[in-house]
Design a protein around this ligand. Structure first.
Ligand code: AMP
Length: 600
């Protein structure tokens, strides 16, 4: 078995780690970085960039550069209202009502775009480890529902990864803590990233961790703070120039970029200059944006969001049946936890110093690698018992939700429910499965309508069908049914399939692996062309510097080689032809070099 990698598939950045002789290590990507921006860019000619290169093209090509894809994973378009203002590329509703991206006349699902990021991380890991990688643990926000988890797993499959387990990000951070410390404590893991927020309360007893409660918000992260600064900047510009730039996509992208930089600068400085020359032009000429954002103004803007995270912490303690005084340590995770006001709010709320010894950018991937090590048998004596962050239930009379597995139940978990018919000879029964906390069915997430078929004719209430609702260790929901009288397994079909069907996933996986093979071939061709260009340079230098030492026939041969080589570069991308020219030039350069040396 090859190495199992641990992946923190973040909204803003992703990190991949593995276990090396019992210790977790972060994998360095092709660009030499420890983190890879979760950004995918497309050029008009169909080229694809992932990571740093894609992030660089974001300003010049905002329509075809997808970032923050995680906010759209497994999400219905009607539920994406809060996410749409955070991005400048076109998000549309796909045929099944889920979010999709319209890029260069193609419709891409969030799963496919996430898979492109995962493919890049997989390749980095393979280059780094020098062996194929096919298995992974991927982390998700604790508050991800079943649709979002399934979408993440599908993204892994599309990227050619067998996802052994999905684990919650704060749980992964707790695992990293557990691996590092091995001491008993009750910790609060405060995870404030680019797009999501989670708080988990974890009890650690030497080498066993137990999540007591977890809460969060999948639509609250650094991107939302940036949006508040962008709105503030638009207002500053409007006041000064009496022009509204809020509808201009390129301007918005520049503002977003400046807002994020200003926010990060304010983590160490007390104020920052925001200067965007030529933000736009009108009849009276170019207009510039120039203003100062102080930390105090920034904190006032971000206060409602930060206060929201404190409220969640308070609620998580109540859910865990603990008081503030019973928390021994606070572990900060995620880039947004670097904001000074966030740290201050945490110190104030918990009334103790914060644990800042774990790198907030890497701790989740490290924890995922620890989990990978546990499954591989390389890491021993570390166990973490997780809980489900959302209640699972079914729709009952009055469009209400009846909870079957309440939130904060340890997973894996299962619950049996007996159902019957309401009219004589009823052949089918519909079960609408929901996830969420509201008593009203419509306010929760619909995971699908399952239809029980083939019920034998009988008077009403006589058939007894046992439905099993299960949540596995990855937080994924499975529903199955059994006829109690006959013991036969009932057929269940999903009426409202969520996300991509297994056939769609397979097709996307084939496309992705074809693309990968194509990309590899294209990169080999690029490398060959580069080699030939170098050889032609050497040939030119030889003709320039050593012409007098060569016979006329050799000079002619060299000039012919130059022409043939240049022609090969302009004319074709055929790998076999280029290889032939490359080999021929190599032999010729060696031969001519020998003649020059012999003539000295
Ligand atoms: P993550 O999802 O953990 O990679 O966090 C990314 C988010 O953290 C983005 O919104 C970043 O703008 C934000 N971030 C990163 N570094 C800092 C910093 N020093 N101060 C404030 N926010 C930061």
């Amino acid at each position: 078995m090859g190495k199992v990698i641990g992946i923190d598939l973040g909204t803003t950045n992703s990190v991949v780690a593995y276990i090396d002789r019992g210790e977790p290590k972060v994998i360095i990507n092709e660009e030499g970085g420890r983190v890879t921006p979760s950004v995918v860019g497309f050029s008009k000619s169909g080229e694809r960039f992932v990571g740093d290169t894609a992030k660089r093209q974001m300003l010049i090509n905002p329509d075809a550069t997808i970032h923050s894809v995680k906010r759209f994973m497994g999400k219905r378009f009607v539920d994406a209202g809060n996410d749409l203002p955070l991005v400048n590329y076109p998000v549309v509703a796909s045929r099944n009502g889920d979010c999709a991206f319209a890029v260069n006349d193609r419709l891409l699902t969030p799963q496919e775009v996430s898979a492109m990021i995962l493919q890049k991380l997989k390749k980095s890991a393979e280059d780094f480890l020098g062996e194929p990688v096919t298995e992974a643990i991927i982390t998700v926000p604790a508050h991800f529902n079943d649709r979002q988890r399934q979408a993440t797993k599908d993204a892994g499959t599309i990227a050619g990864l067998h996802v052994l387990r999905i684990i919650n990000e704060p749980t992964a951070a707790a695992l990293a803590y557990l691996h590092d410390r091995k001491k008993s404590a009750t910790i609060a893991v405060y995870d404030f990233g680019g797009g999501t927020f989670d708080i988990s309360i974890v009890r650690i007893d030497r080498d066993v961790g137990e999540v007591r409660a977890t809460r969060g918000n999948n639509a609250l992260g650094g991107g939302d703070i940036d949006k508040l600064i962008v709105d503030w900047l638009i207002e500053q510009f409007r006041q000064e120039h009496r022009i509204d730039v809020s509808q201009d996509n390129v301007v918005r992208q520049r503002l977003r970029d400046a807002a994020e930089r200003a926010k990060i600068e304010l983590s160490s400085a007390k104020e920052t200059d925001i200067h965007l020359p030529f933000l736009m032009a009108d009849a009276s000429g170019p207009r510039h944006l120039q203003c100062v954002l102080t930390r105090a103004t920034f904190e006032a803007l971000a206060a409602p969001l930060i206060d929201g995270t404190v409220r969640e912490c308070r609620q998580a303690l109540l859910d865990a049946n603990l008081t503030v005084g019973e928390i021994d340590e606070i572990v900060l995770v995620g880039g947004s936890s670097r904001i000074p006001r966030v740290k201050e709010a945490m110190r104030e709320f918990f009334g103790r110093p914060l644990n800042q010894s774990l790198n907030p950018d890497e701790v989740v991937a490290i924890g995922a690698a620890v989990q990978a090590g546990v499954l591989e048998g390389e890491v021993k004596a570390v166990t973490l018992l997780d809980v489900t962050s959302l209640s699972l239930g079914i729709e009952v009379e009055g469009r209400k939700m009846a909870k079957l597995i309440p939130k904060n139940t340890p997973i894996p978990a299962q619950k049996m429910q007996l159902v019957s018919t309401v009219v004589d000879n009823q052949k089918t029964v519909k079960i609408h499965v929901l996830q969420g906390e509201s008593v009203s069915a419509v306010e929760n997430t619909s995971l699908g309508e399952f239809e029980l078929q083939g019920i034998e004719p009988a008077p009403r209430s006589v058939p007894r069908i046992e439905i099993k609702f299960a949540i596995d260790a990855s937080g994924l929901v499975q529903v199955s049914a059994r006829d109690v009288r006959t013991g036969s397994v009932q057929q269940l079909t999903i009426q409202a399939p969520s996300g991509m069907s297994s056939r769609d996933v397979e097709r996307a996986r084939d496309d992705a692996s074809t693309w990968e093979r194509g990309a590899e071939a294209a990169s080999e061709v690029r490398e060959l062309r580069h080699q030939i260009e170098r050889q032609l340079g050497q040939m030119e230098a030889l003709l320039r510097d050593q012409r007098t030492r060569l016979q006329r026939a050799d000079v002619q041969e060299a000039e012919h080689a130059l022409t043939r080589g240049r022609l090969a570069l302009t004319k074709n991308d055929d790998r076999a032809k280029l290889e032939e020219v490359h080999g021929w030039l190599r032999r010729m350069l060696t031969g001519l070099g020998e003649k020059v040396n012999a003539g000295r």
